[in-house]
Design a protein around this ligand. Structure first.
Ligand code: NAD
Ligand code: UDP
Ligand code: UDP
Length: 326
């Protein structure tokens, strides 16, 4: 029984990160008690500063690779560095977070009979041989490359989720999140949207890796958070996995052109070498999300980029070191 049954107690691991902080904000707005669990590896207190005054919000500094004993009704498991720069900085810790962290959160969910949602990723499809990617595609993943700590870690986390369901009857939900962007992305995490915007705003060259013809589909953060909440609210017999992302596909070159135009920047384009195992194309098939969650993204790239550019402009004015130039 939660708070005399009045409010749901929802835990968000990775709650001080980019997606997690928006999710915490939305859950508080929906009238729940929110427990944010984060070790602040890539997240920051700044992301949750406005929430700290809310009496229904609580933060624990904790690394999910260690056991955690709390009483909650629902768990959103987002803890994990998400950008290649960060997840490759300590790849063993990344795998531990994906595997040990997930086992601990599943153990917790089992003990308190909580419903638990996993923030999985389109990276489980690797460099996909099928396009667009449907949930039934098993992927094309290198098990021993520099991206493997994340890709294989997340694949193993999905396995654990489905085994806890089969073996222990847990109520689980698995979301495969495609590239998502918006305010509170880490300015130096190397992801393409934050990189391009910070470069454009600081009049540095826009770095395109490879020929810029590789594709991605970019989902705005508010759409993604809405998808996660809808997924958590589906009937217990629906576990997913379900793709969440914006199916409108752009080349990285097109993204660069749009960011430069929207930032009114004079930045030139600079071509750099393509990282190892960089997926050539990526676009979600979201028919399952449309059918099961009645969900589809509503924010287009121009509007989402404009909000994100405004956020980074304010951030760089407040803290010029955030541009990565020291
Ligand atoms: P982020 O780096 O901003 O957030 C991750 C959060 O997890 C950070 O606050 C970090 O400090 C915390 N964290 C990392 N390791 C931890 C640990 N061992 N214990 C406790 N906290 C830990 O990244 P994000 O973009 O907000 O991603 C959130 C989740 O969504 C991740 O699981 C990521 O894999 C997934 N995801 C994100 C995207 C995207 O495009 N943003 C795409 C696919 C999947
Ligand atoms: N666990 C946790 N919090 C809890 C319950 C379990 O962190 O409230 C951890 C516990 O440390 C264990 C893991 O979750 O290592 C898996 O728990 P489970 O009960 O599934 O397995 P077991 O304890 O039998 O290994
Ligand atoms: N990318 C780029 N310039 C940058 C950062 C990224 O051209 O400054 C490319 C990267 O090689 C990849 C795409 O943009 O093809 C998306 O990269 P990101 O790291 O954001 O996401 P992921 O590769 O994990 O989808």
């Amino acid at each position: 029984m939660s708070n005399y049954g009045l409010r749901k107690r929802v835990m968000v691991t990775g709650g001080a990160g980019f997606l997690g902080s928006h999710l915490c904000e939305r859950l508080l707005g929906d009238g729940h008690d929110v427990l944010c669990v984060d070790n602040f590896f890539t997240g920051t207190r700044d992301n949750i500063l406005p929430l700290l005054e809310n009496p229904h919000f609580e933060v624990i500094r904790h690394d999910v690779t260690f056991p955690l004993y709390v009483e909650v009704d629902e768990i959103y498991n987002l803890a994990c560095p998400a950008s290649p720069v960060h997840y490759q900085a300590d790849p063993v810790q990344t795998t531990k977070t994906c595997v040990h962290g997930t086992i601990n959160m599943l153990g917790l969910a089992k003990r308190v009979k909580a419903k638990i949602l996993q923030a999985s990723t389109s990276e489980v499809y690797g460099d996909p041989a099928e396009h667009p990617q449907t949930e039934s595609y098993w992927g094309n993943v290198n098990p021993i490359g520099p991206r493997s700590c994340y890709d294989e870690g997340k694949r193993c986390a999905e396995t654990l989720f489905f085994d806890y369901r089969r073996q222990h009857g847990l109520r689980i939900k698995v979301a495969r999140i495609f590239n998502t962007y918006g305010p509170r992305m880490h300015p130096n995490d190397g992801r393409v949207v934050s990189n391009f915007i910070v470069q454009a705003l600081s009049a540095r060259p826009i770095t395109i890796y490879g020929d810029g013809l590789q594709t991605r589909s970019f989902c705005y953060v508010s759409d993604l958070v809405d998808g996660l909440i809808r997924l958590m609210d589906t009937p217990d017999d629906f576990a997913g996995p379900v793709n969440l992302g914006n199916p409108v596909e752009f080349t990285i070159g097109e993204l660069a052109t749009r960011v430069v135009a929207l930032s009114a920047s004079g930045s030139a384009i600079e071509y750099k070498s393509l990282p190892v195992d960089d997926p050539r194309q990526r676009k979600p098939d979201i028919a399952l999300a449309e059918a099961k969650l009645s969900w589809r993204p509503s924010v287009g790239l121009e509007a989402g980029l404009a909000d994100t550019i405004a956020y980074f402009k304010a951030l760089l004015a407040r803290d010029p070191a955030a541009s990565g130039r020291r």
